[in-house]
Design a binder for this molecule. Structure first.
Ligand SMILES: [Zn+2]
Length: 220
């Protein structure tokens, strides 16, 4: 499957799953060391076609395609410039994850072992004015070791080695946020206790081939 086909499939999925509304969000994939494929601004992700996708350079300049590069492209560039292992970035406004980002609470505790394994600790990045350099700067303190980010009063970003890797992290993030919200109808969710979390860390690499980064400490 071509990179364009795969990126369009992910665009259709984020819209179908209501992770974005109207023209919101943007998705991208690294083509090579000089080009990035990205969705155009002002178009609904659910209606995008392969020919709508843009190619931009690492300074955010349009090099191929018809349309406008979103000001949020800066978020994507901040990831690609700092993480050589990452080839795709998904930015959406999913309702439940964004709700946790809006109360200022975020999702700082380890609740679900599979979410810990797939996303690690999810940082809450400080609110920043759209289109300014504040936006990419808000993820910089965490970009080296995080896989999913909540943007305060805004939305979420997930990243991956592949387009599907980045997309499924967004799906997992929103599912976790929704489940925690449901749990609060019944009571209060419990965190995984620290000794069990350490057990999870120790088997992660051996069993799942995942190296968890302990620089980003969970809260209990
Ligand atoms: Zn946004």
């Amino acid at each position: 499957m071509s990179l364009r086909t795969e990126l369009i499939e992910a665009c259709h999925k984020v819209y179908a799953n209501k992770f974005v509304s109207a023209y919101d969000g943007n998705l991208s994939a690294r083509i090579d060391s000089s080009k990035i494929l990205i969705t155009p601004s002002g178009k609904c992700k659910g209606e995008l076609r392969e020919t709508d996708l843009l190619e931009m350079d690492y300074d955010g300049n349009l090099i191929d395609g018809e349309g406008k590069v979103s000001t949020e492209a800066k978020l994507h560039l901040a990831v690609y410039k700092n993480r050589i292992d990452i080839n795709s970035v998904v930015h959406c406004h999913p309702i439940y994850a964004t709700a946790f980002a809006t109360t200022g609470e975020g999702l700082p505790r380890p609740i679900f072992p599979e979410v810990v394994l797939a996303l690690g600790k999810i940082p809450l990045c400080k609110y920043s004015t759209p289109s300014t350099d504040e936006l990419p700067n808000s993820i910089l303190p965490f970009v080296e070791f995080s896989w999913a980010f909540l943007l305060e009063n805004h939305g979420a970003v997930t990243i991956g080695k592949t387009i599907s890797g980045a997309y499924y992290r967004m799906e997992k993030l929103e599912h976790a946020a929704k489940t925690i919200h449901a749990a609060r109808v019944l009571g209060k969710e419990k965190s995984i206790p620290l000794y069990k979390l350490n057990e999870l860390y120790s088997i992660a690499e051996k069993t799942y081939g995942i190296k968890l980064d302990k620089r980003n400490k969970f809260e209990f």
